[in-house]
Design a binder for this molecule. Sequence first.
Ligand code: XMP
Length: 406
Amino acid sequence: MLSIISLEGYTISASDSANSFDFDPAAFVEEKVAEIRSVVRRDRVAIATSGGVDSTACAALAHRALGKGLVCFFMDTGFMREGEVEEVRDLLSSLGLPLKILPAKDRFMKALEGRTDAESKRLVFRETFYTVLGEAARKEGCDVLLQGTIAPDWIESSGGIKTQHNVLEQLGVDTVERFGFRLLEPLLDLYKDQVRALARYLGARVDASERQPFPGPGLLVRCIGPVSEEKVEVLRKATKAVEKHLGALRPAPKQYLAAVIEDERSPSRGGVEVAASRMLLGARVEYLRWLATGVKGDNRAYGKIAIVTGRETEPVDLFGLPERVVHQDGEVVRVVYRISGGNGSKKGKYIVIVRAVETRDFMTAKPSAIPLRVLKRMADRVMEDDRVSVVCYDLTSKPPATVEFE
Ligand code: XMP
């Protein structure tokens, strides 16, 4: 039988992440190949690959067990990065896995129309994703779906922090009844470093095994508030610039990304600005229009984003700022610092927020100490898009923020 992990009584802590030194990929592969074969028997099995290390390792593992009985799908949700479809096709074909592309952008856009709340957007994404996948899997004669769900996914979902798009059974969703397939999740008890070791063992290229994480819902969880084609396009361009500049750093941050939000602001609460001014001369603090996700204790929080403007300072010198702001106003989960724009010279509609973090297991994270000059150079590139008015850098740790924005 595939291992089933009880969620009862589980508390989230960094020490829960087993480290990769104890992990033996050869033994793991042998055990899981046997398990998959015994559970699947003669069924055809579908897997939705995203090109991320989890689904790639899972597909390569299943391919060892099932050979041609495995069908790999890639869903074009409209929330992928530039060139991603081609990249993923290339990556999987290097592992001998042919890919079937499912174009579904319009279905996602329509389903998300009018939604602004992060959790509601995640639920709509999940529903649309599995409906489209279920239809395609049935057409291919598959009634088993393989997923590369790993431990942090279900721990955070069952902890109520967020609805991870690929967490279903652990939340009590009956996949046979709802979407028409049985679910198989052989990586459920692995952590990220172990999955990377597994991917390397299975022959994945370094650009696959060491690929920085990209969430299943893709750019959707970085498109804060309402979604529109224009907003996603702005984000896609910004993402390209951010990945290029921060990916070139040595060492590169563990994860780096861009998010987008409307440039609509309201004044902060009185005490917040005074507290911020003690750290940053002439600090001005405003709240943005839409909320973002965070963590408080073991629970999910959904709170304000504070944007801080002030004298030019190295971001690393402001890493203590979020704590001061959150201390004054507990509804704030994120503090972002203006790097470029916002002085009235540009009338763009959107703010781009750059986030880069250092982390071991993604359960907690700290902002990366990127030099201001690097951020400024990158911001210049992002600001070339007339629709962008301001570029900010996220100063917040996890907790109280999450790595992604929704
Ligand atoms: P958060 O935002 O929860 O992110 O602090 C922690 C890590 O998880 C990734 N992430 C996701 N990955 N589907 C995924 O496959 C998701 O829905 C999802 N949400 C967050 C995130 O990129 C980070 O590496």
